[in-house]
Design a protein around this ligand. Structure first.
Ligand code: SF4
Ligand code: SF4
Length: 497
């Protein structure tokens, strides 16, 4: 296996540990527009889906209370949860597929951690001003307007965190009751505990620790390197084009030499020699690269890294540095794309030699195959789900009882679960022996107690043999269309010797 070439320009600790606080500067551009196009509908879907109903039922609700999952007009039982696991496996494969092809685009464009972080940064800018202003104000005493602005920021962050926690919880508990309970302070202690924990997590993640979660807590950033290959397109700085960085100040070559750190060998060596031989600054300027060392790409980075240092675990491929650098290139009249989505192959060779990114790579094909397999299995699983489920247990207290009139009775516990839209009641009956009588609720309202255990007694004139078989039948009421029916066989102890 070929290793991706790495230009190590700083130690890992320098790159990963950034003790100083940084202030993210917001930028605009095509990748920011793409990000909004992806994240906007996702945010709207998150806040709306919990409220939407279909035919009087929630569109998406994982109801612990009713032990059923409402899924876009259909219903699943908890027994169908492996289907969700299958969906997750398919989703993970899609994630890996994208990572092999285009790096961490999921992280930069669709991951909730990133989306919420960007939202919190927007709130920060709305209340405390732009990054430069925030950096300046941080050194001043926190009084007057600055204090009010800081308070407003934290209050808005908190409000948004609680809204997030409430909406998320609304996918597990009826959302209307939850909101009413929240504003009337009428919720159980457990729900309060959950809501406060969720809100605190959102507040800390998106407001305070941000990129540190991506770098230290998210396993994806750790194993992304294993998935990448030399054709993986990630946000990359074109060092061959950008280096050596152009002079910014008036100090001549002193400004140039430190900027030569990045190894773009032949050209750089020539430049170093050139500087060492005290060539004219004009010559050096003429042969300098396109990077003007303005550091805007660093200022806009939500991970606080310098992409010019090369591929880094902290980079979430959000494209903010691309947009920022493109603006700089436009201003200095150079072609865009000094920072761009590019693979190692594309960076190492001219575009015409690098060829197109091939989709026929073993890793890509493997992930696509597993994803399609998982999706196929899940689809098949969905067609096998049942509207009615029936579970029978014998009462452990008594094997059987004999009545005075020579009737033998057996005792059972029965659980009926219904997962059909619009079906509230079912009938329960038994068959299999002459003179069989069923005692207990024979018409069940599943809305009142879906999947609850109920006690039944079945009696029959003393049958022959040590054991017999009887069948429990559960069917939806005739008035309800379409009809569903399920039956199960169980043993009936006769008491005969
Ligand atoms: S934004 Fe572009 S020109 Fe400015 S420092 Fe970054 S790479 Fe160089
Ligand atoms: S270097 Fe920063 S701004 Fe650029 S893609 Fe990576 S995380 Fe985004």
């Amino acid at each position: 296996m070929q290793q991706i070439p790495v230009n190590r320009v700083r130690s890992d600790s320098e790159i990963i540990e950034r003790p100083q606080k940084f202030y993210v500067r917001l930028t605009e551009g095509r990748f920011q527009n793409w990000r909004r196009l992806v994240s906007g509908p996702l945010i709207i879907a998150f806040f709306l889906l919990a409220w939407l109903q279909w035919d009087g039922q929630p569109l998406l609700l994982f109801s612990f209370e009713e032990r059923r999952i409402y899924l876009f007009g259909g219903q699943l039982s908890w027994h169908d949860l492996p289907l969700m696991a299958g969906l997750m496996i398919a989703g993970a494969c899609l994630l890996f597929f994208m990572a092999v092809g285009w790096g961490r685009v999921w992280c930069g464009f669709a991951c909730p951690q990133s989306i919420w972080t960007w939202l919190f940064i927007r709130i920060e800018q709305m209340t405390e001003g732009k990054a430069s202003q925030r950096a300046k104000n941080d050194h001043l005493p926190l009084t007057g307007k600055r204090l009010l602005r800081r308070l407003a920021k934290h209050l808005l962050w908190l409000a948004f965190s609680f809204l997030t926690a409430l909406t998320f919880t609304g996918y597990f508990l009826p959302v209307q009751e939850l909101f009413v309970g929240f504003f009337t302070l009428d919720l159980s202690l457990a729900v309060w505990g959950w809501l406060i924990s969720m809100a605190a997590l959102t507040y800390v993640n998106a407001g305070l620790v941000r990129e540190k979660i991506c770098l230290h807590a998210c396993p994806y950033s750790r194993f992304q390197g294993v998935m990448f290959d030399q054709h993986t397109r990630t946000v990359s700085y074109d060092a061959a084009r950008g280096e050596p960085r152009r002079l910014r100040g008036k100090n001549g070559q002193d400004d140039l030499i430190p900027a030569l750190n990045l190894a773009v060998a032949p050209m750089q060596t020539e430049m170093k020699k050139s500087a060492a031989n005290d060539s004219s600054i004009a010559d050096i300027k003429a042969s300098a690269g396109d990077c003007v060392d303005c550091t805007i790409c660093v200022q806009v980075c939500p991970a606080g890294i310098d992409i010019r240092d090369g591929l880094q675990a902290a980079c979430i491929d959000c494209g903010a540095c691309i947009d920022a650098c493109d603006q700089v290139m436009d201003k200095i009249g150079k072609p865009r794309g000094l920072i761009r989505f590019a693979s190692e192959v594309e960076l190492a060779r001219p575009a015409e030699e690098a060829g197109k990114q091939t989709l026929m790579r073993p890793k890509l094909a493997g992930y696509a195959a597993v994803m399609l397999l998982a999706l196929g299995a899940v689809m098949l699983g969905f067609t096998q789900t049942k509207d009615l489920l029936l579970e029978i247990r014998r009462d452990r207290g008594a094997l059987y009882t004999r009545l005075d009139n020579n009737q033998i009775c057996n005792h059972y516990k029965i659980k009926v679960e219904g997962y059909q839209q619009g079906v509230q009641s079912v009938r329960i009956s038994t068959t299999g022996l002459d003179g069989l009588t069923l005692y207990g609720d024979q018409s069940l309202n599943l809305d009142d107690n879906n999947a609850g255990w109920r006690a039944y007694r079945v009696c029959a004139p003393e049958p022959a043999g040590l054991t017999q078989e009887i069948r429990f039948i559960v069917e939806t009421d005739g008035a309800q269309v379409p009809l569903s029916r399920i039956e199960k066989t169980t043993t009936f102890l006769t008491g005969s010797r």
